[in-house]
Write a protein that binds this ligand. Structure first.
Ligand SMILES: *Cc1c(COP(=O)(O)O)cnc(C)c1O
Length: 399
């Protein structure tokens, strides 16, 4: 099939996300000397402003050239030792890959395998931690927002369990598809490490692993014996003091990050989060109107950044994606691994608004119909429109 290339390609995947024009333009700057004495004028405010996004006053923030996966690796290699016990769970492609990485690093992973569509198994975590009276478990890992299944989990609840049990394990969180889009409170939730990347909520090209590490975790790194060089927190810290880096940083991305942080703060972080909730409600209203189910099984776990939509059993969701891509010039998210062929995803994070959500739903409806799914055209679109109109009405009454 020939791809329709007219107009803008609709990008409705959960990362990389759409880049606002002001950010794209900010990326277009000449190269500069990363050892210049005033380089810190660009970078030091970035570290300070990233703390606002993570909602931390005390953590160390790191920016490594890399993607979110490098952030995971920095957490493991700087803070843990080979053979050390950690508690992890998997319920989707991303939580699963972090487990795989920890195993490849030789950690002794207590791996809770959870049905895809559910979230972090809090009760199971509690029982395991309760039995660990010698505190052999050094890290508790949590994927805040499982992008493969559209499942968000309660991180504060894990902190409560650790506190109730007086368990000192580090709480390490994958926030790659939640930071800057979903409510996240590093200090309040006592998160020790949070990993994110530039190409999702930060609305930038891929290329930065952005990680925040608590002082408690920083103190553990001396004892941790896994090898680390490129991703060493120590090497970074030595040079970051003056806003410099131990090797060549991704300078253009820093300019982009400046623009994206300004863009986020101009809207207001809380408004950004509320917008994600609003847009997600509309998508879910659309899915409901189609008579389809989400991969996420419990409504309290519905993700406000991505929805994974289950297609009828006789349909291959890859066909829906292909049709959307070639015929309607739009990208939807694929089903990954265990849910390949069974779901397609609508990414609704980053630089998006109401009209774009309506477009996404309209395109998905046409592609699904083309593939033989019995969808009433316009049904999802109308349901989403209703949620937007209701809110506009509510807002104008309030004003
Ligand atoms: C995208 C994603 C990752 C992987 O990040 P990369 O930037 O692709 O390396 C990890 N975890 C989650 C939850 C993600 O959505």
């Amino acid at each position: 099939m020939m791809k329709n290339t007219n107009g803008k390609t609709g990008l409705f995947i959960p990362g990389p996300t759409n880049i606002p024009d002001c950010v794209r333009q900010a990326l277009n700057v000449p190269m500069q000397d990363m050892r210049a004495p005033d380089f810190g004028d660009l970078t030091l405010p970035l570290f300070a402003d990233l703390k606002k996004v993570f909602k931390t006053e005390t953590a160390e923030v790191f920016m490594f050239p890399g993607s979110g996966t490098a952030g995971w690796e920095s957490c493991l290699s700087n803070l843990f030792s080979s053979g050390e016990k950690v508690l992890m769970s998997s319920f989707g492609q991303f939580s699963m890959l972090w487990v795989d990485m920890a195993q490849r690093f030789g950690l002794n992973v207590h791996h809770c395998e959870v049905e895809w569509g559910l979230g972090i198994p809090h009760e199971e975590y509690r029982q395991i931690l309760e039995k660990d009276t010698n505190h052999e478990i050094k890290g508790v890992f949590a994927c805040h927002n499982e992008t493969a299944t559209g499942v968000a989990s309660d991180i504060g609840a894990i902190r409560s369990i650790l506190d109730e049990l007086g368990h000192p394990a580090l709480l390490c969180v994958d926030g790659v598809s939640s930071i800057g889009s979903l409510d996240f409170r590093m200090d309040e939730w006592g998160v020790d490490v949070v990993v994110s990347g530039s190409q999702k909520g930060f609305m930038l090209p891929t290329g930065l692993a952005i990680v925040a590490v608590s002082q408690k975790a920083m103190e553990m790194r001396g004892e941790a014996n896994l090898p680390r060089t490129f991703l060493s927190y120590d090497d970074m810290m030595k040079t970051n003091v003056t806003g410099h880096f131990p090797y060549t940083p991704a300078t253009q991305l820093f300019h982009g990050l400046r623009a994206s942080l300004d863009f986020i703060f101009e809207e207001g972080l809380e408004n950004v989060i509320a917008r994600h909730t609003r847009l997600a409600h509309a998508v879910r209203a659309g899915v409901h109107a189609w008579g389809l189910e989400l991969c996420a099984k419990e409504s309290e776990n519905y993700s406000d950044t991505v929805s994974a939509i289950v297609v009828p059993a006789h349909i291959d969701s890859a066909e829906v994606l292909k049709t959307a891509y070639y015929k309607y010039n739009m990208s939807l998210g694929a089903g990954l691994n265990k849910v390949a062929g069974k779901v397609f995803r609508i990414g609704h994070l980053g630089d998006l608004n109401e009209i774009m959500i309506v477009q996404a739903l309209a395109g998905a409806e046409m592609a699904m119909r083309d593939c033989g799914i019995n969808i009433e055209l316009g049904s999802g679109v109308a349901a989403a429109q209703e949620t937007f109109i209701d809110q506009t009405a509510a807002a104008s009454i309030a004003a």
